[in-house]
Write a protein that binds this ligand. Structure first.
Ligand SMILES: Cc1cc2nc3c(=O)[nH]c(=O)nc-3n(C[C@H](O)[C@H](O)[C@H](O)COP(=O)(O)OP(=O)(O)OC[C@H]3O[C@@H](n4cnc5c(N)ncnc54)[C@H](O)[C@@H]3O)c2cc1C
Length: 552
């Protein structure tokens, strides 16, 4: 089994070097020459034929050499594929020769040379993992761990694999010193310090993404074949298949690629992973796969409305940007429900969480936590939180009496056997306490008896509603707001003037508006599973081809 370093920094054979040389441009380089500089986008990929190139980063204030590439090594990490700004600088330290490939040449090489492509992709992904583990600081977030805004920024960074260091005002002595240097008072936190020491006070996600080099640059006036709204499993599935079949596809995502699945600690029922796979790993792999085929994924980009202009569909983003496209795939999933308890909004992100990932588990290590809900998401969270070195006790609060009613049997068995889990049946949360951060949760059973649990973490898994506000009055929705498609559309809609003019009936995943499709959890009647969402996303692509070949 090769070590992480061997995967991250392989030495290519003479044969591979000759193949890449034939696809790129070989050139002489001299000591001191900078091949790429941190902060740049869409830079080239370099293979070293002789001489040496060092990769240096400056996130700790002084130059820090990460590695030296010599004959047979190559430069870059996943940002070569994603179009994000690069984190490190590449400088020649011994005269020699390199082969230069631009990002499209690299994509073709990876596509057409599967074995070599596999080595390169694995190396680029492993390098990002190593750089995150190696203390690379990237952006710095300074704030209190009890602040909802600091949580919002940390969550965004962690879900988007942005190298970021969190400095907790409560515990990190350097945090205040950094604030003094920046001339910012603790009451103005959180602040984010980006490359070059530029800082932002309590930035929006858009400003934060910009500061971290995430936001993609969109070409005005460009007409895409397909724009996917939402980069959960359905959206990513569609992006992979569309890009691999040559469609010009853009995916817009308001928060982080991965959707709900990205927040799942372990997905055990996805085909091909007999031991399960973490949602983050599955969806990060899918993201790289989509980008490898040339799909563009832009984060954060919230779609606010959909309209028609001539033969094009036009999506408007929250910042007013308009995107033109022949087809749209609605893959915007669902939004979690809130608990009907006083002060709920006050503690959102300040003790109330919708996901139980490593980040939340670290915050509540050694403490009692409360989980509300009795479905599979709640079950998975409980099993995770009650694991070794995590919460000291997990209180499950459920309205009903029978855990097996909505939770899979394997999870019920595990939850009921866990010594650290207390199940409160026929109970509900009636009050939340705390000053700035949650400190206690009051629950009441059906006999009216109340109990207060001292806790700073409340996890909510009580179902979700479709994210379709941006589609109202535009495509037909069912009673609960899910998107109607294909055979589920009312007969009078499927045969109205629009479809008569099109000379065809709606395709299986097509909405009431021709050329607008829906896939995954947002679709009325969908299975609400990762595999189903991925499958529907892939299937929608075949209907997109059909629509483009014969537009309505
Ligand atoms: C904790 C948890 C554990 C789970 N575990 C499992 C499991 O083990 N097995 C399983 O099969 N299923 C599991 N599920 C269910 C599974 O994750 C979902 O069925 C699946 O993620 C649905 O995929 P989707 O792409 O349709 O929607 P989502 O995953 O909801 O993704 C939708 C995406 O669209 C984005 N979006 C929404 N509105 C907009 C907008 N206007 N503009 C731009 N972007 C937008 C959202 O930010 C989101 O990223 C789990 C769910 C949760 C919450």
């Amino acid at each position: 089994m090769p070590s992480d370093l061997e995967v991250a920094f392989p030495t290519l054979s003479a044969e591979d070097l000759a193949t890449l040389t034939a696809r790129g441009t070989a050139r002489q380089v001299r000591v001191g020459e900078t091949l790429y500089r941190e902060g740049e986008r869409n830079h080239s990929f370099f293979v070293v034929l002789d001489g040496a190139v060092e990769a240096v980063e400056h996130s700790r204030g002084t130059p820090h050499q990460l590695t030296v590439h010599r004959r047979g090594n190559f430069t870059g990490d996943v940002d070569l594929l994603s179009g994000r700004t690069i984190l490190v600088t590449g400088r020649v330290i011994e005269d020699g020769t390199v082969v230069q490939l631009d990002p499209d040449d690299l994509r073709s090489a990876v596509d057409e040379l599967p074995e070599l492509g596999d080595v390169i992709i694995k190396a680029l992904m492993k390098r990002r993992q190593l750089i995150l583990e190696d203390g690379f600081q990237g952006v710095q977030i300074i704030g209190s761990r009890f602040s909802p805004d600091a949580h919002r920024l940390r969550d965004f960074a962690s879900r988007n694999a942005i190298p970021a260091r969190f400095r907790d005002l409560e515990t990190d002595p350097e945090a205040e010193a950094l604030l003094r240097i920046a001339g910012v008072s603790p009451s103005e936190t959180p602040i984010v310090i980006g490359q070059g020491g530029k800082y932002h006070r309590n930035p929006t996600l858009e400003q934060f993404a910009n500061c971290a080099g995430l936001t993609a640059v969109l070409e005005p006036g460009h007409v895409y074949d397909m724009v996917v709204v939402g980069a959960g499993p359905a959206g990513l599935g569609a992006a992979v298949y569309a890009a691999s079949e040559g469609l010009d596809v853009l995916t817009t995502e308001m928060m982080a690629a991965g959707g709900q699945a990205g927040a799942s600690m372990r997905i055990e029922n996805y085909l091909g992973f007999p031991h399960g796979i973490s949602g983050a790993e599955l969806t990060q792999n899918a993201l790289v796969q989509a980008q490898r085929f040339g799909a563009r994924v832009t984060v954060p980009a919230t779609v606010r409305s959909l309209g028609l202009d001539g033969g094009d569909r036009v999506l408007t983003l929250a910042d007013g940007t308009r995107i033109r496209t022949r087809c749209v795939l609605v893959a915007s999933g669902v939004e979690y429900r809130k608990l009907d308890a006083p002060r709920f909004d006050e503690f959102m992100g300040a003790g109330i969480y919708y996901a139980a990932t490593e980040m939340e588990a670290r915050l509540c290590r050694g403490e009692e936590v409360v989980v509300v809900g009795a479905g599979n998401s709640a079950g998975q969270a409980i099993v995770y939180l009650a694991g070794i070195n995590r919460a000291s006790r997990v209180h499950l609060v459920m309205r009903g009496n029978d855990l097996g009613k909505s939770m899979s049997r394997y999870l019920v068995d595990r939850v009921e056997k866990m010594e650290k889990v207390t199940i409160h049946r026929n109970a509900r949360v009636t009050a939340l306490q705390g000053d700035g951060h949650l400190s206690a949760v009051e629950i009441q059973n059906k006999e009216g008896q109340r109990q207060t649990i001292a806790t700073s973490s409340l996890f909510i898994f009580i179902g979700a509603d479709p994210k379709t506000d941006w589609l109202r009055n535009c495509v037909e929705l069912d009673r609960k707001g899910f998107v109607l498609t294909g055979n589920d559309l009312p007969q009078e809609t499927a045969t109205n003037d629009r479809w008569r003019a099109a000379g065809r009936a709606p395709h299986l995943l097509e909405t009431s508006l021709p050329g607008v499709f829906a896939a995954g959890d947002v679709r009325s009647g969908s299975a609400k599973r990762v595999a189903a969402a991925v499958g529907e996303g892939a299937m929608a692509v075949s209907f997109v081809h059909a629509h483009i070949a014969r537009p309505a």
